[in-house]
Design a protein around this ligand. Structure first.
Ligand code: ATP
Ligand code: MG
Length: 129
């Protein structure tokens, strides 16, 4: 599907919150993974303003409801263990993972794969379930 504005991402985030518990977010730098996570959170009645990119923290937890992970700087499976990612996953109902990696060692099974591709100011979003 084609998303022309950040506002249209809002609608998509709301829809995703109704349908899925776990999102794997693929896409280049600046594609809109964090923005979509904000609107996903909003759809879960979490204030989107507390949703911040966990690029440096690796993991942000929002009221134990939504876990927000950024695996950009995770380099190997041992990093996954050292950052206690699976322990955090098991403690949350909803999960959004930017730059998903080492999916086989993550304690997740049913998830939606969201791919966001930049097309100037628009975005092409593909959802695989
Ligand atoms: N149609 C659009 N949909 C989504 N974002 C858009 C759109 N047009 C412009 N943008 C802008 O693109 C940026 C997306 O940034 P965001 O931090 O969400 O990317 P990201 O995929 O999380 O990047 P990173 O890999 O660095 O974490 C925002 O500044 C947003 O306003
Ligand atoms: Mg991001």
């Amino acid at each position: 599907m084609k998303i022309s504005t950040p506002e249209e991402m809002f609608k998509l985030g709301q829809e995703l919150a109704k349908k899925y518990k776990i999102l794997l977010l693929f896409g280049d730098l600046g594609a809109g993974k964090t923005l979509l996570t904000k609107w996903f959170a909003n759809g879960l009645w979490i204030d989107e303003n507390i949703v911040q990119s966990p690029t440096y923290a690796y993991i942000n937890s929002y009221g134990w409801k939504l876990l927000h992970v950024d695996m950009y700087r995770i380099e190997n499976e041992n990093d996954v263990r050292e950052k206690w990612i699976n322990d955090q996953i098991s403690n949350h109902e909803y999960i959004a993972i930017e730059w998903p990696k080492f999916i086989d060692v993550l304690d997740i099974n049913h998830y939606a794969k969201i791919t966001i591709q930049k097309d100037w100011e628009s975005r092409i979003v593909d959802i695989e379930w």
